[in-house]
Design a protein around this ligand. Sequence first.
Ligand SMILES: Cc1cc2nc3c(=O)[nH]c(=O)nc-3n(C[C@H](O)[C@H](O)[C@H](O)COP(=O)(O)OP(=O)(O)OC[C@H]3O[C@@H](n4cnc5c(N)ncnc54)[C@H](O)[C@@H]3O)c2cc1C
Length: 638
Amino acid sequence: MPHANPALASEQEARDVAEAARESEWSGPSFVRELFLGRFRLDLIHPFPATDPEEAVRARPFFEKLRAFLERIDSDMIDRTGEIPEEYVQELREMGAFGIKIPTEYGGLGLSYSSYVKAMAMVTSKDGSLTALLSAHQSIGLPQPLKLFGDDEQKRRYFPRLAKGAISAFALTEVDAGSDPANMHAMATLSDDGTHYILNGEKLWCTNGTRAELFVVMARTPDSVVHGKQRKQITAFIVEASWPGVEVVHRCRFMGLKAIENGLIRFTNVRVPRENILWGEGKGLKIALITLNTGRLTLPASVAGGSKAMLQASRWWAMERVQWGAPIGKHEAVAQKVGMMAANTFAMESISELTVGLAERGHYDIRLEAAIAKMYNTEHGWRIVDDALQIRGGRGYETADSLRARGERPIPIERAMRDARINLIFEGSSEIMRLFIAREAVDHHFKTAFALVDKHASRGEKTAAFGRVMKFYPAWYPARWVGKGQVPGTFGEFGRLAAHMRFAERHTRKLGRAIFHAMVRLGPKLERRQLVLFRAVDIGAELFAMTAACVRARMLATQGNDKATALADLFCRAARVRVERLFEDFYGRYDAQLYQLAQSVMRGEQAWMEEGIISPLEDAAEESAPAHPSNHLTTVGD
Ligand SMILES: Cc1cc2nc3c(=O)[nH]c(=O)nc-3n(C[C@H](O)[C@H](O)[C@H](O)COP(=O)(O)OP(=O)(O)OC[C@H]3O[C@@H](n4cnc5c(N)ncnc54)[C@H](O)[C@@H]3O)c2cc1C
């Protein structure tokens, strides 16, 4: 049986905390939101957002310095030693790399979000540890929440320091609070004289934490009472590393990103002035979620940048390496990897550029697009590194230092693979992204009809829900059966890609119907059927990716680059096969059996299979300090 830890939040509490922090209103239209409702609103993303030529001119001097710096630095040394030399950091400070988006009036470069993510893509193509340093500071560290939620005084006080390179960090995660913030223990209580908060607690895996001057710390403040129920409050504080009571307890080391400055940070009776609250008491989790909505756009772009580097190395080696009488790229098994790599990289960059473009254009709610971009690009990016390693064969597995020592080109695929794996976990793991997207995907149906199947709903709520259902579904549902995608020749402006757009339109309607049917068939149980929900999310993600790729290819074609059409075409052919398979197995032919078997395995009923091994649990159990209840390793069957 699992150990019940009274310090941990119940499932209901976890959901309540997440729901309270959720943005329940839509601040603008969203292509993906409409897509999950079965409506293919191409007008929302077509034509592809244009880039600003003046911004390119403004950004050029910075990009020239950044490129020259990256070409010169020794990233294998950074990886080998696990340290970024101070002179590298200083050079980055001097070129403004810590204040790319900070307005010029505060001493920043004042460049756009799209310039910022392009810079991160370039950095990633060379060095993941440097991306972690710069993006933990600018995507989630103080500059981003300060820009969005800081008051004028806070901006005046902190922006100039940040722009000059005062490194910042974002401290949300704790030992018990990973993807579930309801388990947060860090606590801030108001001092008797009301001028300060007294902060206590520990934050885990805080990137930049070991080098930071400034932290954004999420901590609980006293519970509020909402509708007679206690509700956990989480508040965001700006904390200076130099204040008494702030301590780096441990520097964490990882499989990759060897030089990431990441640590366990302890706060003991730290006096935080009241004016250092960001936005307001109780708004912390909302700040974290909103900051991440745009903050998580860095990863999709940087993964696309990293993938381009993998593609370049792979295509070179596929032509260079001759085995069995031909360059390996002439063998079909290798050729298909290079082809898919190129097509997928194009689609990933399209998703990223589109979403960033929409965010910059404004009046558009990008939270679903950003979540898909994060999930889709990190997962595809991971497969790309894996394929690149396979194409390089043994050389892919060998370290760059070892290759160099033998006189071979030191292409760091092995390092890229180690660095890339975390992308599927931090800034919202793939599973949490799917849950987040699924929650929003069913939101409209939920708001309209849920009371009808909710056993706790009152008679009045059920009557109101019935009224809403009768108003919405008689028009919405039949309209999901007919559309432009059924008419040959439509979307003609997309030329060779028109058939893919018709497919996307038809399958968007099919997805809307499928989600509705699932709600009717499974009722409230749908919430527990993660695999069904995740298939719906994956179909939505594929349709978004297809549309983004076609719309961008079309834009490029109008600018005279028709090469992208072949990339978009191949990407869409492969995505269509995936969409069809997902629909075929929408309810999962063996989901229930799989779940039952998994529970049986976790109860230890299949532990007989584990005979003949040295248990990884035994050694680790002896070594691990029982510092915290959740640190105890339990053997299967406990
Ligand atoms: C290198 C690195 C850098 C980081 N930087 C920062 C930082 O700067 N600031 C910060 O605050 N945090 C940071 N983190 C923390 C990171 O964001 C967390 O690791 C992440 O939120 C996941 O939490 P967890 O690892 O505790 O996993 P858990 O939440 O314990 O999850 C474990 C697994 O279960 C899955 N899972 C959990 N809940 C569900 C569910 N309801 N349904 C389905 N699947 C579920 C997860 O997807 C995951 O696969 C960093 C972590 C690392 C390793």
